[in-house]
Design a protein around this ligand. Structure first.
Ligand code: SF4
Length: 250
């Protein structure tokens, strides 16, 4: 069992490549659609912040980065946005059930259809970058495996995924999972103004894994979006595989 994610990664990529690609619109419908935030230079996929596991608990912890989570306010409360996030969320149990039954070829193929559809749905964005989860978070190591497989299918796109779920990332890596060269996993430090724990530092030694903080002046990377009206413009620091970034509290 130890290297299960290494074997599954190879199998899922092979099966997803064998799936007949859907037309763009059908692919987007299959994954519940994508989003475009005003800040980021590329599209993203999101889930309801209320479905975060650790994040939902941290929302009631004073001084945590989730206490004033931007994804529980403003445009994220518009009914059309809420229903789109719920639509994407409702696809996940079926995805996890299918991918989790890796000895059942038909089930795995069904899960790989989501992976193939997501790879197609991304299309050809102008900036060739994609953010996974501008709202919401990883639900399991298998969820991370699904996204790393999407990234393996789209080597022309750089992927960034932030997560509070260091445990899911650790189990993925311990199980032989790896982050492809066009992807970075950013482990989020839970408390405002704090640096990474020893556990986060240890995970950040893996290729393609680094961390983010909020309000940490000593971080090597600092987000300057809020000096540019809340836009990334030409900055791509979040997609850098080795530089930790701190964001201002917003
Ligand atoms: S660090 Fe750069 S890429 Fe990341 S959010 Fe800030 S401006 Fe955007």
């Amino acid at each position: 069992m130890r290297f299960i994610y290494e074997d599954l990664s190879l199998a899922f990529e092979r099966i997803a490549r064998e799936v007949d690609p859907l037309p763009l619109k059908a692919a987007r419908d299959r994954v519940g659609g994508l989003t475009n935030t005003s800040k980021m230079p590329g599209p993203s996929a999101n889930l309801p912040a209320s479905r975060c596991q650790l994040g939902a608990q941290l929302q009631s912890v004073p001084g945590s980065v989730c206490e004033s989570c931007y994804a529980t306010k403003n445009a994220y409360l518009f009914p059309v946005v809420v229903s789109a996030m719920e639509r994407r969320w409702e696809l996940l149990p079926g995805l996890f059930k299918s991918l989790g039954r890796w000895q059942d070829a038909e089930q795995v193929r069904h899960g790989c259809e989501w992976i193939s559809a997501m790879a197609t749905a991304i299309g050809k964005p102008r900036s060739e970058v994609f953010r996974i989860h501008d709202s919401g978070d990883l639900q399991s190591p298998l969820h991370l495996l699904a996204w790393t497989t999407v990234a393996r299918l789209r080597r022309d796109i750089r992927f960034w995924i932030p997560t509070r779920e260091a445990g899911h990332v650790r189990r993925f890596l311990d199980g032989g999972g790896s982050v492809p060269p066009n992807m970075v996993v950013r482990l989020s430090v839970p408390m405002v103004g704090e640096g990474p724990s020893e556990a986060i530092r240890a995970l950040s030694r893996h290729d393609g894994v680094t961390w983010t903080a909020v309000g940490l002046e000593t971080s090597p990377g600092q987000c300057g979006a809020y000096q540019r009206g809340g836009r990334c413009d030409s900055c791509r620091l979040c997609w850098d595989r080795s530089t930790p970034v701190s964001y201002p509290l917003h």
